[in-house]
Design a binder for this molecule. Structure first.
Ligand code: HAS
Ligand code: CU
Length: 571
């Protein structure tokens, strides 16, 4: 608490800002509603995943039976991508963050109504974008590449969803600022700081897609509504703006998992944060390097000079670095815990981790899958090797290990303490939750192994209704069957998750001991150095790197833009 000097010269401490039960009530309500929407979105999104996988393997094509509700495979694929990758993640993150941010600062939100407004704007955005997707008027997949053009409400809805998530961030920034003024000398607590960094990263990232939607997609989509001539689209410019956003988007998904792995998970296995300063450094490095790497999604795009692809490749290896630090420091934090629990030996300690707790085991299993997902990412990022993997089934193999496992399985693990905490009910039930985590782990292992192999060995294309492809090859059958095994396990797992969530919500079983948010303590209680608690070098560095890595290319793309393309409906 800072000391204030009164006009009389007498120094008095200001009244401490206390976090009351009433403050927490609003926070928990907002967090709970966000998580509820996230889980509902995932339940529909995951179902479409099953449909797609079975179609690919020629096991069962459900699409004729879904008529007229769902018109095409591609409509299903759009729903799968948008509901899982955008809605499940964004809502879960906003809920989890709101909950954890306030607890970490132990201070009420500066303007709680901002968080309420944010949630409302996000829900309105979701509904506005969902309608055209459900009516087959926005079958543009989750990347909505022009010149495909959806109905305007799709873009409006997306805009509102993103603006809502910005407001979540603003609510945090005001609170952060207020806390800083009250505590000028203290280091911001790790969880609150890392959450704020993630939201700032998101703010910078979304500027790209905001430019694409506001200046290109919406004006073109609105033309028929208002009867003016559509200004036309430049696909390459738009893809570039999209991937400015698209890569940091994956860190917006991943970093909440890192918040938990660093700041919470060690406490769930009697461990400590091996190095709190290093954990901060990792988040600052993500702020710095997440955005200036987008061309690694455009290695195959003509019109972007090789030198820029090369620069983004080098920077991509830069952004792999904080994850490598994470691999070592998080494992060290967990090892401390395992040894405190009596673990011995070089590797035998692993058995002493808190595997009996589903919230813990889900997250540890997520980490293990991320080793493979991360390696695949670095392979994708290697410019020349990308030519072998790009647009093949390898890519869905990669992202089911990252967003589908590292992130989603971690969020399942978090839900196993967060939902009991929010409802006050005991988790339904521990062993089912264990089964859920393990079936997801093995399901994703088989599924992604199969898809990686299909892509690499046979160049099987992604985003294609393979069951109908004239080039379908029986040589794919072993991997397709492996993927079906994965899908079967994933279906069981997803069903278990929704059942556990539902029954935890509706059955008021009393908790043995009240659930609290796990909070890992640093091994070394010495405060982190000031430069790891200071925004300006990192934030300015991030902005400078974005300008340097995108400025010249965007200038050229805008200067030479030819808006020759009309928006088209290919579905
Ligand atoms: Fe990626 C494509 C490169 C990470 C998601 N990625 C995608 C797409 C998605 C996605 C959705 O360079 C498809 C986009 C589309 O629709 O077209 N990705 C990378 C790189 C990383 C990476 C370099 N990706 C992610 C994460 C994602 C994600 C995270 C979601 C959350 N990705 C690419 C590239 C493409 C791409 C190209 C374009 C492909 C193409 O051609 O289209 C890196 O961030 C990865 C670094 C990670 C590591 C792993 C560290 C491991 C840790 C775990 C430690 C745990 C241990 C276990 C040791 C180096 C931290 C302990 C166990 C005990 C028992 C204690
Ligand atoms: Cu990327």
């Amino acid at each position: 608490m800072s000391v204030q000097t009164m006009p009389s010269g007498v120094k008095v401490a200001p009244t401490p800002v206390v976090l009351t039960a009433n403050d927490l009530k609003i926070v928990d309500r907002v967090a709970g509603l966000n998580v509820l929407i996230a889980v509902l979105a995932l339940s529909v999104g995951a179902l479409f995943g099953v449909f797609q996988g079975l179609e690919h393997a020629k096991v069962f094509d459900i699409y004729p039976f879904l008529q007229p509700a769902i018109k095409t495979y591609y409509q299903g694929l759009t729903l799968h991508g948008a509901l899982n990758a955008i809605v499940w993640t964004t809502f879960f993150i906003c809920g989890f963050f709101t909950f954890a941010f306030v607890r970490s600062f132990n201070r009420p939100l500066r303007y709680p109504w901002l968080s309420v407004v944010a949630f409302i704007v996000m829900v309105v955005g979701l509904l506005t974008a969902a309608l055209p997707m459900l009516t087959n008027n926005a079958t543009v997949l989750y990347t909505f590449y022009p010149p495909m053009l959806a109905e305007w409400t799709f873009y409006l809805g997306l805009t509102l969803l993103v603006v809502g998530s910005w407001i979540v961030g603003y609510s945090f920034y005001f609170t952060y600022y207020a806390w800083r003024k009250e505590n000028p000398e203290r280091r911001a607590p790790f969880v609150a700081l890392s959450i704020t960094i993630t939201m700032v990263l998101w703010q910078l990232a979304t500027l790209g897609v905001a430019g694409e939607i506001l200046f290109q997609l919406l004006p073109n989509a609105l033309a028929p509504v208002f009867g003016y001539t559509a200004p036309g689209l430049d696909p390459l410019l738009n893809r570039t703006l999209f991937w400015w956003f698209g890569h940091p988007l994956v860190y917006f998904w991943l970093l909440p998992a890192y918040v938990s792995w660093y700041g919470m998970l060690p406490a769930q296995t009697n461990g400590k944060m091996f190095s709190e300063p290093l954990a901060r450094l990792v988040f600052w490095l993500f702020l710095l390097f997440s955005t200036p790497v987008g061309f690694h999604h455009q290695f195959a795009d003509p019109g972007i000079p090789e030198i820029w692809k090369f620069i983004h490749m080098v920077l991509t290896f830069g952004v792999g670095f904080p994850s490598l630090i994470t691999a070592f420091t998080v494992v060290a934090s967990l090892e401390l815990g395992a040894r405190a629990r009596g673990g011995k030996g070089y590797l035998r300690w692993i058995g002493r981790l808190n595997w009996g707790d589903p919230s813990y085991s889900a997250q540890n299993l997520a980490m293990i899958l991320f080793i493979f997902g991360g390696i695949g990412g670095l392979i994708n990022a290697s410019y020349n090797v990308n030519m072998a993997t790009h647009n093949t089934m390898w890519v869905p193999g990669h992202f089911h290990l990252t967003v589908g496992s590292a992130v989603t399985l971690t969020f399942f693990g978090i839900s196993y303490w967060l939902v009991p905490k929010l409802t006050g009910h005991k988790l339904f039930t521990k062993w089912l939750a264990q089964a859920q985590a393990w079936t997801w782990f093995f399901g994703m292992l088989f599924f992604s192994n199969a898809y990686h192999t299909l892509g690499l060995l046979f160049n099987v294309p992604r985003r294609t209704m393979l069951g109908q492809a004239p080039y379908y090859d029986t040589a794919w059958t072993p991997q397709m069957m492996e993927s079906v095994l994965g899908i079967a396990l994933l279906s069981i797992s997803a069903t278990l998750f929704f059942a556990i969530m539902l029954f935890t919500l509706i059955i008021p079983r009393k908790q043995d001991t009240p659930v609290e948010m796990p909070l890992a303590q640093p091994l070394d209680p010495k405060p982190a150095p000031k430069w790891l608690d200071t925004w300006w070098p990192w934030l300015n560095g991030a902005i400078a790197l974005i300008i340097l890595s995108y400025g010249p290319m965007l200038y050229q793309l805008i200067r030479d833009a030819e808006f020759w393309s009309r928006g088209i409906r290919v579905w």
